[in-house]
Design a binder for this molecule. Sequence first.
Ligand code: AMP
Ligand code: GLY
Length: 445
Amino acid sequence: MSKRTKNKPISPVTTPTNVLVIGSGGREHALGWKLKRSRLCAQIFFAPGNAGTAKVGKNIDLAIEPVNTKNADAIDYFCRHNNVGLVVIGPEDPLSQGLADRLARPDRAVFGPVAAGARLEADKAYSKQLMRAANVPTAEARIFTDPDAALSYVHAHETPVVVKAAGLAKGKGVIVCDNPEQAEDAVKQVMIDKAFGDAGATAVIEERLVGQELSVLALVDGKNIYVLDPAQDHKQAHEGDTGPNTGGMGAYCPTPLMDNKIMAIVERDILVPMVDAMKREGVEFKGVLYAGLMLTAGGPKVLEFNTRFGDPECQPLMMRLQGDLMEIMLATSAGSLDEVSLTWDKRCCCCVVMASGGYPGQYEKGKIITGIEAAEQDPNVKVFHAGTTLNKEGQVVTSGGRVLNVCAMGEDLAEAQQRANAACDKIHFEGAFFRRDIGYRVMKK
Ligand code: AMP
Ligand code: GLY
């Protein structure tokens, strides 16, 4: 990517300004931590943030959801009165509810797509239709709004299917089935019992693909695409990919599963056609386009698109990024991504999620966390907070299912994993559990 030319400003923001990061997870802590190092970043605010972000900047109490005129006006007011020149929207819900649309102004950059772009994640039926129209390789699928039609379809379908609620369901609205009985049960859950609420009013039923799964994230500025190093997430709760699906129990980056040849195919046949397809829909997509892929015998195929940084994939990416994140985000929102350069630490990063006992089911909150500083004694280790808060005594306590994201750098994945696990061993809270096998699918025994 070419260097910035002297006379061309990359964005309306050229002098240090304050930043507002929307969200409260490990992703937002990692983004804020990286933004804080930028020469363009003055102060950072997080809404609502967590105990970790409180050390990077200031947590503020602003209502984010639902995005409506009152809430958006309050955020806009806060930004105007606190010299916020960049708003970074982390999670999918405020994006799909149009927060980026409402906050963009000529003198304020917003990182994250408008609602029409976020629809690619928020509406799996729409996303599938757009993929078909653009000839993007993906699982064969049928879209249903009538539960009886869906039931008779899966009843007669011998090969395994995946039943998906079309709307946003916090990553939980996908049921992978082995046989027609399970598929009928899944249709009932999604469409009749409404286990995922209105998200299941429309269902996408698709062929079940086999292969290794990975995440390819790209920065998109409306026209230019910059593909980031591929990462692999671990969605199941327990080692060896057993147990229920979660938001993600760990990720590493880069992954050797992706070589330059496959990466070129992903860019040419998947990312570029999707950005073009959105342009034809009248949507100038700006932000992160995240393709969840399955590497099948027939080549890479799309499982889903997300329109934001993955959590936890974002954390290893931020650990490895050496460029100026704020400059990159400003250029993304200004349509001048071709003017900035991104450089990466060549080493591998492994991120291990420490979770509350019982997650993703019921779990207790308010457990005192110790040992974070001891873990960070290793200069290769950084601990990002996810579900944490400060109690009345000022102690860091658990407040969510995914509690901490323990990241470590290493010359290779084995070293990064070993360091991350050793760091986790120094951290304690009642009921804590984590997977020691992050990256096992590509590691020699
Ligand atoms: P999604 O939210 O659509 O990425 O689905 C969540 C998880 O379900 C993915 O990470 C995959 O492990 C699995 N999955 C989704 N679609 C398929 C498919 N067509 N074939 C096999 N597994 C799938
Ligand atoms: N790590 C998966 C996601 O962010 O959707």
